[in-house]
Design a protein around this ligand. Structure first.
Ligand SMILES: *[C@@H]1O[C@H](CO)[C@@H](O)[C@H](O)[C@H]1NC(C)=O
Ligand SMILES: *[C@@H]1O[C@H](CO)[C@@H](O)[C@H](O)[C@H]1NC(C)=O
Length: 375
């Protein structure tokens, strides 16, 4: 008999005999839980922020959403829901005159979510909140903090930045074109075979190869740039080298794969938009060799198609971007010390307040804003 069964049976036995010790223990646990729930619901500084009751008293609401992998959609639904009920809860004390209900919701006992661009600036631009210049919303304890821990950050920036100058990026162009040509051949082959392929896997493989594989013409890629910092008098320890390289690959690869696969997803679902993209590209490029980074940066529809995919499916969707309040105002609302807060990109990027036809994939919204246009 394992220990779990044993405990369960003892508990049942005790319950059956109405063991006074156990009843007392259960009673105390229940009272403490109830007291904590009451505190969270009625007395907590966030008590007046609208949100589901379950989220106000326990982390269960967030856990359920996370588990079901629909946290983004759930948070957006809350912002929409409480926005609609504005007249009913307009008396909520914490909400100052500037903020509209629905712009802030409580998603956990100690966690709030904002959905305005003003909040985005206040929370993520250092020194802009509170006015005193101090960081009112620290990254401490967040993923971001791990990535850009202050002393390491300066060193990392010096090490990595040289690899991202236009000149360096141009040097990498030839390598990238080789990879892309090889990739094309693989796709052509699959197409001739009539095979079904998983494009996400293909893109993932391609970007991984481009970022990490050993090359014969070493020296013009991101990793060599980091490794080469020693020569420039920047000393990274072995650990720093490894974790920075790993971080760059992870962040770079993940974001690129998400961005490319979602762009393809939307284009494949919308033949009209795909045809517009094909027209733009075939008019601009006669040969594969003409397709350089600089040239594609000037193609409005292509860039619109990518931006629009990133708007709808953001590679950094807000998870892990939360901040810890040190006490500060956001949108005129006082956010007490210790409260975890997030500005929900997903909601903002699909909000009718900021976008026309927010749920539609419309690349032209990024460049066609003239008179007579929809945007
Ligand atoms: C948001 O990002 C996290 C981490 O990358 C991921 O697990 C989650 O599925 C994403 N959610 C949506 C709705 O894209
Ligand atoms: C395609 O590949 C991705 C990444 O490996 C995976 O998450 C997804 O489930 C795959 N899709 C299909 C239809 O197999």
């Amino acid at each position: 008999m394992n220990w779990q069964t044993e405990i369960r049976q003892t508990a049942y036995a005790a319950l059956a005999q109405r063991d006074p010790g156990l009843s007392l223990l259960l009673g105390i646990t229940a009272s403490i839980t109830l007291a904590l729930c009451c505190y969270s619901y009625f007395l907590h500084p966030l008590a007046n922020v609208p949100g589901p009751k379950l989220a106000a008293v326990s982390p269960l609401w967030m856990m359920r959403s996370l588990h079901g992998k629909h946290l983004n959609r759930d948070i957006k639904r809350l912002h929409d829901h409480y926005g609609e009920f504005l007249p009913l809860c307009a008396s909520a004390g914490v909400v100052a005159n500037r903020v509209v209900l629905g712009d802030i919701v409580r998603v956990g006992p100690n966690t709030v979510s904002f959905a305005t661009t003003v909040a985005l600036t206040a929370v993520h631009n250092a020194g802009s909140a509170g006015g005193s210049g101090k960081e009112a919303f620290t990254k401490k304890g967040t993923i971001e903090w791990l990535l850009v821990e202050p002393q390491a950050h300066e060193k990392l920036r010096k090490a990595v930045q040289p690899a991202f100058t236009i000149r360096e990026l141009r040097k990498q162009e030839a390598i990238q074109q080789n990879w892309i040509t090889a990739y094309h051949e693989r796709l052509d082959f699959a197409a001739k075979e009539g095979a079904e392929i998983n494009i996400t896997e293909h893109i993932s493989q391609l970007t991984w190869d481009m970022l990490t594989l050993q090359r014969t013409d070493r020296g013009h890629d991101f990793l060599s740039a980091i490794v080469g910092t020693e020569r420039k008098g920047i000393h990274l320890t072995q650990d720093e080298l490894q974790s920075n390289a790993a971080m760059l690959v992870m962040v770079g690869q993940d974001a690129t794969v998400t961005c490319l696969s979602s762009t393809l997803y939307f284009l494949l679902r919308d033949p009209r938009q795909m045809a517009r993209l094909r027209d733009e590209l075939s008019a601009a490029f006669a040969r594969e060799g003409d397709i350089t980074g600089e040239a594609i940066a000037r193609r409005p529809f292509l860039n619109g198609a990518i931006s629009e995919a990133m708007r709808l499916i953001s590679p950094a969707n807000g998870t892990g971007m939360h901040r810890q309040s040190q006490g500060g105002y956001v949108e005129g609302v006082w956010v007490p010390t210790g409260v975890t807060m997030a500005v929900d990109q997903y909601t903002i990027q699909r909000s009718p307040k900021y976008w026309k036809h927010p749920e539609e994939y419309r690349p032209e919204r990024w460049f066609d804003r003239g008179p007579g246009s929809d945007f």
